[in-house]
Design a protein around this ligand. Structure first.
Ligand code: SF4
Length: 181
């Protein structure tokens, strides 16, 4: 029996992440390191999801919020990006005697790959300008909400449509699941 995890792209490649102060990511990186160590130790196989933000907005992108990605063309491109992964998941699911799909691992807080936590901002749009008051208004509109990001929500819908019952789990939950193997 092969155990498989589907990982959000930047769990394997954090070069794809939006440029930021990496010291703020230390907690995430600690869990990531533990997860990757356990994955190798327990011989879990890995499928890497494409990163929609890097592919569509590149390495020079600003940090976005979920509402900026919630438009039909972007979601249609995400659906295309997920297509080959979903076909692979269908194939593995057809052979449960050989393959155990443990879950799809989210990146909490991301506007795309968060599952239980994502970021929104009603004023996070348009020209930033130079007026410090306007900049503050933009910053203060940022909120973290206990909801999925655009990409994970879409992936969940696509899984449901294909009647694939694969849980979407956080990195912490993936660590616990791999420990139990
Ligand atoms: S979109 Fe997803 S995979 Fe890409 S950097 Fe953000 S969290 Fe990581």
């Amino acid at each position: 029996m092969k155990h498989l995890l589907v990982l959000s792209h930047c769990i394997l490649n954090h070069a794809a992440k939006v440029e930021q102060d990496e010291s703020e990511l230390q907690d995430e990186y600690r869990v990531r390191a533990e997860l990757l160590r356990l994955i190798l130790e327990k011989d879990v196989q890995m499928i890497q999801l494409p990163c929609p933000e890097f592919l569509m907005y590149g390495s020079q992108r600003w940090g976005h919020v979920r509402n900026q990605f919630e438009h039909p063309y972007y979601i249609a491109q995400c659906r295309k990006l997920l297509e080959t992964t979903l076909l692979q998941l269908e194939e593995y699911s057809q052979h449960p005697e050989s393959f155990h799909l443990m879950g799809i691992v989210s990146v909490e807080g991301s506007p795309n790959c968060g599952y239980r936590l994502t970021c929104v901002g009603s004023k996070w749009k348009g020209e930033i300008g130079e007026d410090p008051k306007h900049v503050e208004e933009i910053q203060h509109s940022l909120r973290m909400v206990d909801e999925p990001g655009v990409y994970m929500k879409l992936l969940e819908n696509e899984l449901n449509e294909r009647q694939l019952s694969i849980p979407i789990i956080t990195m912490d939950e993936a660590v616990q699941a791999v420990k139990l193997l």
